[in-house]
Design a protein around this ligand. Structure first.
Ligand SMILES: [Zn+2]
Length: 360
């Protein structure tokens, strides 16, 4: 195993953070995707001294042609036009603000820089900490707080830069319907989503959706029950995510890092804490070694409790660096319901039965 220092991990952020926020008071979903999210993470990383240890990079602004890697000109133009207007309803839970277009271009620019740094091997791992998130945005539809699909654009650029195969791990509370749609028939991109299976998934996210045509077997949905505990996420990685990536042998691993599955999140309904986010970081690091990938690039998705988001991101980065799990204030004991654990194992067995016949 290669020894990593924190300098081998790049943290990409926005030099002048954007103020994009939909014009609603809480508890509207739209208002939770606020500038406080990334501000509080940066403050936390600074307070614990981690910010100074990482390689810091300012996100560049993406170009119009970058957006077109994954989106239609229609989507690009409507986000720009509604941004100029300063308001407007672009899709379900996707409201424009005067900053939406600029914010979107920087979030894409950060994801692209993360992908580029790993593809060029200037960093082993790179983490783009920008907003708005992107995994719900499909080719032509902004939705679910997402306008441009940051991770999909970054994955497309990794392929343009020479990656034969890319695996995406999406551990956001919600199903990344936009990312799944963009790569559904693409045999070079493996999309693996662990999510809460409910009505918020736009009616999709079931394990029977496994890809189409040449891409059959490359879309892996792991729909867990509401209030799933840490142990179910661990089982999902052990039984499905790790063997799937071992089989696919990607050149690079992309991560849609959403923290709204945290137990204290006001939007998601899962029951996990920062120990699971540490374990995911550690597992991605081990997978990169196992399949001899160039590295991993991470893109922030959800996570709407500004007080807890810093712990989650810190835990992921410490896992990725190979450090021990830090003891953090959110790691409180909670009752684990055995019924949920058992039912989730049944679901994981169904996922495995759907997917494994397509493995080499
Ligand atoms: Zn989410």
């Amino acid at each position: 195993m290669i020894h990593l220092t924190y300098k081998d991990i790049a943290l990409i952020s926005q030099k002048r953070p954007n103020q994009h926020v939909a014009p609603f008071p809480r508890p509207h979903l739209e208002a939770f995707e606020s500038p406080l999210r990334t501000q509080m993470v940066m403050q936390h990383l600074n307070r614990i001294g981690l910010l100074g240890e990482l390689t810091r990079v300012d996100a560049p602004k993406a170009k119009r042609e970058d957006i077109l890697l994954a989106h239609s000109p229609y989507l690009l133009d409507t986000v720009e036009l509604y941004g100029d207007l300063g308001s407007g309803h672009l899709g379900e839970s996707a409201f424009a603000s005067a900053e939406v277009y600029r914010a979107g271009l920087y979030a894409v620019g950060g994801a692209l820089r993360a992908s580029k740094m790993v593809m060029e091997e200037t960093s082993s791992h790179a983490y783009s900490l920008l907003r708005p998130p992107g995994h719900h945005a499909s080719t032509s539809n902004p939705t679910g707080l997402c306008f441009f699909n940051n991770i999909a654009i970054a994955v497309k650029s990794a392929i343009e830069a020479g990656a034969e195969r890319v695996s995406i791990i999406d551990f956001d509370d919600h199903f990344g319907n936009g990312t799944a749609e963009i790569f559904y028939s693409n045999p070079r991109v493996q999309y693996i989503s662990i999510h809460e299976y409910d009505f918020e998934n736009y009616g999709t996210g079931h394990y029977s959706e496994i890809g189409y045509g040449e891409g059959i077997g490359t879309n892996i949905n792991i729909p867990l029950l509401d209030m799933s505990p840490d142990i179910s996420y661990e089982a999902a990685f052990d039984r499905v995510v790790v063997p799937a990536i071992e089989n696919f042998r990607p050149d690079v691993i992309a991560v849609s890092a959403g923290y709204d599955s945290h137990w204290a999140d006001p939007v998601g309904n899962m029951d996990i804490d920062s120990r699971t986010f540490w374990k995911i970081g550690r597992t991605v690091r081990d997978l990169v070694d196992l399949v001899s990938a160039r590295g991993s690039f991470w893109v922030l998705e959800g996570g709407y409790n500004p007080l807890g988001l810093g712990f989650c991101v810190e835990a992921s980065i410490r896992g990725l660096a190979g450090d021990a799990c830090p003891p953090l204030p959110d790691q409180l004991d909670r009752i684990v319901h055995e019924m949920l654990v058992t039912q989730n194992i049944n679901i994981l067995n169904r996922v495995y039965e759907m997917i494994s016949p397509h493995w080499q």
